[in-house]
Structure formats: structure tokens, C-alpha cells
Design a protein around this ligand. Structure first.
Ligand code: PLP
Length: 421
């Protein structure tokens, strides 16, 4: 008898590590849903506003797709860097907030901001290099870095300072192998917006450390508090900046997968250091953004009316107000900073006000079981025993979810507390 040959596949360990993704955790939590519960399942765990019907895109957007399709001009493969019309439209759109003019050559069209992240991590990954990432953050960065063998070092965002970056610690973290730092502004998961002064300090620190800044501005202009949105590109003459963005969140079409990478770099550092060549080389071997979708970008950017954005921000502001007031009534949760941008906020668990729950994951498992509400355990975004709440829901659904969380919290109060209530 011949010995059967063993299969050689051993699995990619890093892909298992990257199973710590928002989607992975959501699927795990969903398995705990009590199917007997007649109430609707309330999902406050994703950064997808279209989960609720009050958030609907402008008719300008489907019209643009329809006319692109009906023209029969965009059935071809696109250029790997993106359609010139689309690149020009994004360059013009972003330049209106910058002290210099972007050229279409600064723009690369990607399959959502997710692919933009993936490309930049791959471009930066060389053996021994490291990237500085925010904690809490957006797990896509960590997952991709792990798959590419790029070392991650975390700098903290400080809740007591409105989630500003711990800039002093940043300096201690970096070494001669640090290639870049990434920021997310406005912030997912914290819901804060960095000030002009803070961003300027970030730029100066990065310059001192000799590292590029990648800025994830998927929530650009989606602010409703006292800090206006300032693009990091404003400081590109201090330090070269890679801006990542997409239409998904602001235009309420995350499923359309339209994003971009933009080099904001009036001094031509990215050209000189080979970053630009690397991005192009990567795009030559990856999947293109569908041509028809790209062809719709110019019309969508030019024709969307301000009222569309204003209307959405009104609802989101209302959500933030409801959230902040109602969250204070929930004994076991502490919200250190009222959200001033979309779509998520971080709250800390107060263990002195809750019993029989061991950590954030346990909290989320029991919450979905007992109340059919889904929150994201903070550990998924880097902060154990915190929770990330997507507060931009239909206002009535948000009220409902917060009442259920309150009922859950009261039910799990330590006994000595309940008797005195
Ligand atoms: C949603 C999100 C993305 C992904 O954007 P897509 O355009 O949907 O790929 C990237 N970064 C942050 C911070 C996000 O919240």
C-alpha cells in the first residue's frame, strides 16, 4: 500500500489574526440572537448609515450611473490609475479646501477607501518597516498590515483630551524604520474632529520624525460640532500627505465602492522617494474600479446640492443629541466626549455599576441575547472594555435601542445598588 501524500496547505496565520474584523465580530455576535424575541434586531455596530431608511442618497447619484451606462462609452477596462474625468473631478473637489491646486495626476481611483488602505499598506510594507496607527482605530489597517508583514505600533487617542493624539508618546514610538503614521479625521470610532492647531502639530511632529502622514478622510465635512473639518492636506508643505477618501459615507452609497488615494505634496517628495511609482505598480496588478462607476464621479461631485448634505447632517446632529442625553441615563456606560461627527462614538464600561459581565465581548453577547441590540466590542477597535456605538440610526430606532440598553444595565446592576434605587 502506498502512503497517501499529505496536503501541503498550512493556512495563512495572519489571515486568522485578521479575523478580528468588524464583519467577523458581527457574525459571531449574531449567532447569539434570541430567535424568540419578537422585537426588531437593532444594529448599532456598523458604520453603514444605509442600515436605516432615513439615510438615502441623492437622486443625482443613480442618475449619473444611469447616464454613464446608457452612453455605451464606459464598457471598456479603465486605465489602471482611473478615468481621467474622474481623477480631474476628485482633484477639483478636494482642491477647493486646500491652499494649492491638485492635479488629476495626484489622484488614483480605488474600489472604496478600503482598497485605498490596502494599497497604501502594501506600498509601505518592506521587511523591517513599521507604521504608526491610532488606538482606538479602524481594524482594516491592522489586518492588512498583518497580511503584509508590516509592523504596527500604536499611539493613543486620549479620551480626556477629546480624543486628541498623544503627540509626545508618538515621538517615543517612532524609530528609523518608521515609514508613516495614519490618522482618521473626522474619527471613526471616536466621533471627534481634530482642530487646525492639533493637525499642524501632527504635521510638524511627522516632519521631525521623517515620516509621511496618511489621512483617512472618509468622513470629510460630516461634522456638526464646534470644530470644522480641516483636511490634513492643508499642511502638505510641512509634511507630504496621502489623503484617502470615498463617496460611500457622505453620499450614503457605501456599496458603490468608489474611493481614492490622493498625493498632497507640493514639494514632490512622493515622486522623489518612489512612492508614486510604487502606487502605480501596485495598481497595475490589482483589480480596477468598474469604469461605469468611475464615469459617474464627475456628475455626482458637481451636481449634488448642499441641501442634501445639510439634511443628512441635521438628522445626524439630532442622533448625537439623543444619544448623549440618553446615554447619561445608562448607569454602566460613560461617554467621555459627545460625538461631533459621524458615525460612531466610544463609550466606556463602568464595572462598579454592572454585575455578572466580565468584559466588553461578554457585554455585547448578553446584550444581543437579552435585548436584540448589537454593539461592537471595543476590543475590535483596540480598546478593551469599551464599546463602539454607531449612533447614526433612525432617531426612533436609536431611542428604542438606548431604552433597551438602559433596561439591560438596570437588570445587571450590582445587588446593593438595586435595593437603593
Ligand atoms: C467606512 C470606512 C472606510 C471604508 O470606506 P469604503 O469606501 O466603504 O471602503 C475606511 N476608513 C474608515 C475610517 C471608515 O469608517
Amino acid at each position: 500500500m502506498e502512503q497517501e501524500k499529505e496536503w501541503n496547505f498550512q493556512g495563512n496565520e495572519e489571515l486568522n489574526a485578521s479575523a478580528v474584523s468588524v464583519r467577523g465580530v458581527f457574525n459571531t455576535l449574531l449567532a447569539n440572537l434570541n430567535k424568540q424575541d419578537q422585537r426588531p434586531l437593532l444594529r448599532l455596530c456598523r458604520a453603514d448609515p444605509t442600515d436605516f431608511s432615513c439615510f438615502r442618497t441623492t437622486p443625482v447619484a443613480p442618475d449619473a450611473i444611469a447616464s454613464a451606462a446608457q452612453s455605451f462609452s464606459f464598457n471598456c477596462y479603465p486605465p489602471t490609475v482611473g478615468l481621467l474625468e474622474a481623477r480631474r473631478a476628485v482633484a477639483e473637489h478636494l482642491s477647493s479646501d486646500l491652499p494649492f491646486q491638485l492635479s488629476p495626476d495626484d489622484v488614483y481611483i480605488t474600489i472604496g477607501c478600503t482598497q485605498a488602505i490596502n494599497i497604501m499598506i502594501s506600498v509601505l510594507a518592506r521587511p523591517g518597516a513599521n507604521i504608526l496607527l491610532p488606538r482606538p482605530g479602524y481594524p482594516q489597517y491592522e489586518a492588512r498590515a498583518a497580511c503584509n508583514g508590516l509592523e504596527v505600533r500604536h499611539f493613543d487617542l486620549l479620551p480626556e483630551r477629546g480624543w486628541e493624539i498623544d503627540i509626545d508618546a508618538l515621538e517615543d514610538l517612532a524609530d528609523e524604520n518608521s515609514v508613516a503614521m495614519a490618522i482618521i479625521n473626522p474619527s471613526n470610532p471616536c466621533g471627534n474632529v481634530f482642530t487646525y492647531q492639533h493637525l499642524k502639530r501632527v504635521a510638524e511632529t511627522a516632519r521631525k520624525l521623517g515620516i509621511f502622514v496618511i489621512t483617512d478622510e472618509v468622513y470629510a465635512h460630516m461634522t456638526f460640532g464646534s470644530n470644522p473639518f480641516v483636511p490634513m492636506g492643508v499642511f502638505a508643505s510641512i509634511v507630504p500627505v496621502i489623503t484617502l477618501g470615498s463617496l460611500g459615507k457622505r453620499w450614503l452609497v457605501p456599496g458603490w465602492r468608489l474611493g481614492w488615494i490622493v498625493t498632497c505634496d507640493p514639494n514632490g517628495i512622493f515622486q522623489k522617494t518612489g512612492v508614486v511609482t510604487n502606487i502605480k505598480n501596485y495598481l497595475d496588478i490589482t483589480t480596477d474600479t468598474p469604469t461605469i462607476m468611475q464615469a459617474a464621479i464627475p456628475q455626482i461631485l458637481k451636481k449634488t446640492e448642499d441641501e442634501f448634505f445639510a439634511h443628512n447632517l441635521d438628522i445626524m446632529r439630532e442622533c448625537a443629541d439623543i444619544f448623549y442625553v440618553r446615554c447619561k441615563e445608562i448607569p454602566c456606560l460613560i461617554c467621555p466626549h459627545k460625538p461631533e461627527s459621524t458615525l460612531t462614538v466610544m463609550v466606556q464600561m463602568n464595572f462598579s455599576k454592572i454585575e455578572g459581565i466580565i468584559d466588553d465581548v461578554d457585554f455585547c453577547v448578553k446584550l444581543i441575547k437579552e435585548e436584540s441590540v448589537v454593539l461592537l466590542p471595543g476590543v475590535t477597535v483596540g480598546l478593551k472594555n469599551w464599546l463602539r456605538i454607531s449612533f447614526t440610526a433612525e432617531p426612533s430606532a436609536l431611542e428604542d435601542a438606548l431604552s433597551r440598553i438602559k433596561a439591560f444595565s438596570l437588570r445587571h446592576m450590582p445587588k446593593c445598588h438595586t435595593s437603593s434605587v
